[in-house]
Design a protein around this ligand. Sequence first.
Ligand code: SF4
Ligand code: SF4
Length: 288
Amino acid sequence: MLHALQEAANCHGDRLALLSADRLPDVQLDFDRFGLDTSPFFDFSPRKDLGFSARSLLIVASPSKAATLKLHGVGGSMKDVAIPAGYVDFENAEERIHGYLGALLHKEGFSLKSAPRLPRKAIAAHAGLGRYGRNNTILVSGMGSFLTLNLFFSDLPADGALFEPFARAECCEGCHLCIKNCPTGALSEQSELVEIGRCLTWLNEQGGEFPAWVEPSWHNALIGCTKCQFCCPQNSQFLSEMLTIELDEAESEALLGGKASEELLKKLGMDPFYAAVFRRNLAALRGQ
Ligand code: SF4
Ligand code: SF4
């Protein structure tokens, strides 16, 4: 069955790997090892509300494009802003993948349900789907880090599932471009992990004021940060394929005011959670 699922994913341009649900405590140990408190973000406890007993996790990488968003009527002029890969189409990718994998599994008597509160990158690495880059993204063959990771519970037995040890992607050997290009110093030779409190992606996805130490010139995207992914040789082939998304004046105002309609968010494929931070982030970009 795993082979059939992987073939289906490949046919849709995606890549799939399987992890046994029994290995979730081992995934949690990775975070414990670094002394990271994951409780605000992840829930490793067994799910009782699925309607089935989870035996496996299906992790699917789907290609994602970076985008230029053309905003009209913002302060009387058009403003082009960058959005890194992984944001636009995030919501639509999961729905699309659930559609074809769910149909295949249901035919064989198995179920599939989204697993939103588990660490996708760590699961992708352990399942052998990709490897961590030095910039803490997951690099998948043929996609670089321009991807979304989509995670599902299933009652499919985890036959054939891997549990790979952590290993840095081979392409990072001798390459330090992401460290050199990180504006905030969140990446360093000394640490295996991004220093999350210094990472612009972390800072601009949350609400509230930016810390005083953030230089105005460091802001570079409406949401997230492009710097350590756009410079990565693994992504160079995708930079010429950036999407252009144009919003008219009413759409631009709605997006920046945190009042985007469901239809507009669907057009962008973005997590509605981010709608609240767009106005602040754009103001930071214009403050340069
Ligand atoms: S820029 Fe170089 S070191 Fe950084 S993730 Fe890409 S290949 Fe690895
Ligand atoms: S996302 Fe930006 S701030 Fe965060 S590590 Fe990469 S380059 Fe640095």
